[in-house]
Design a protein around this ligand. Structure first.
Ligand code: GTR
Length: 323
């Protein structure tokens, strides 16, 4: 077969280069199934970016932990092996100590207070610290309050003691459970159902939608609404990827991430109510906690251990001063 003439080969090479330079695909991590509020909003984010960059930037979301469990994905992001994703910041606490302040029990007065803090000056300082670990947060999604559940009755804080709880992989979460006299077992999210079912752990802790979507309620039906943490969860890019975008594209992507977050917060409110209904109808025993003081008092050692660091102490003071 006759080889193509030199100009033709050059033209082909040139076109190849032109294609890669004008359309690039990026890989995004997500742990939740496609119909979960977080996932739906992440897909909206990708659509907005594609539309607004004339498909030059394609953000492909891999839902349902297809790219691995959270701890692994968090490391991949920090190494720049993943481009972006929607991440819970709990497993980042061990590498970015500033994030620890946002994982402290009862640090936020409400989900709205968390948004005001994370979107304000404290959030900007936390973002700067995250940049040093190769992470650029773009917007914060609703993440719900996390509460304990177990396969035996939980009516008061005393009932937590002596049980074994799965926690996210964070030193603060371990300390929190230990402060209640219980045992903490860090495990990947995707392994919790089997761990509950086989008795490796007696319980776990999470928000309404995750308690329901993972079907943990089928194997741990006692849910006590102590609402100990509201851990920030957001769209986070690897800085190594982020820095390759022009300032104009960065602006487009950041705006889309913020719009997606507003959409997600609406979806979240509806899903919280729906999840609550599903688990109640399935027989979960829900215990309301009117006075959370016994929980927050018992968790004081966590503050002594983590908030004595001057950097955390300063951020904490500023969070407490935020309305
Ligand atoms: C969920 C969160 C996930 C994951 C999970 C967990 O609420 O959305 O990203 O962190 O909790 O408990 O591991």
């Amino acid at each position: 077969m006759k080889l193509a003439s030199k100009p033709l080969v050059l033209a082909a090479i040139f076109c190849g280069i032109a294609t890669t330079a004008t359309a690039k695909e990026y890989r995004g991590w997500n742990t939740h199934p496609p119909d979960y509020p977080v996932s739906v909003a992440l897909d909206r984010f990708s659509e907005l970016v594609a539309e607004r960059t004339d498909n030059r930037i394609t953000l492909t979301n891999y839902h349902s932990a297809q790219l691995g469990e959270g701890e692994f994905a968090t490391e991949q992001l920090q190494f720049g092996a993943l481009d972006y994703g929607i991440f819970s910041t709990a497993p980042m606490v061990n590498t970015v100590k500033e994030l620890g302040v946002a994982s402290l029990p009862y640090v936020f007065k409400s989900p709205e207070h968390q948004f005001r803090v994370m979107e304000g000056e404290v959030g900007a300082d936390i973002a700067t610290a995250m940049n040093e670990a190769n992470m650029v947060p773009l917007s914060w999604f609703a993440s719900g309050s996390r509460s304990f559940y177990a396969n035996e009755p939980l009516n008061t804080v005393e009932d937590i003691a002596g049980l074994k709880f799965r926690v996210q992989n964070s030193d603060i979460n371990v300390a929190m459970v230990e402060a209640l006299g219980a045992n903490a077992t860090p495990l990947p999210f995707g392994e919790v159902f089997t761990a509950l079912q086989s008795g490796v752990v007696d319980g776990a802790e999470n928000n309404w939608p995750s308690y329901e979507s993972t079907r943990h309620f089928e194997v741990a039906k006692y849910y006590i609404l102590d609402e100990h943490t509201i851990v920030p969860e957001g769209i986070i890019f690897a800085k190594t990827t982020w820095d390759t975008f022009s300032a104009e594209d960065q602006e487009t992507i950041r705006t889309a991430a913020q719009e997606a977050a507003i959409y997600q917060r609406e979806l979240w409110a509806a899903r919280e109510a729906e999840s609550r209904k599903i688990v109640e109808e399935a027989g979960s025993i829900i215990v309301a906690v009117d006075d959370k003081t016994p929980f927050s008092d018992a968790m004081q050692p966590v503050y002594e251990q983590f908030a004595s660091d001057p950097v955390i102490a300063d951020l904490l003071k500023r969070i407490q001063a935020t309305d």
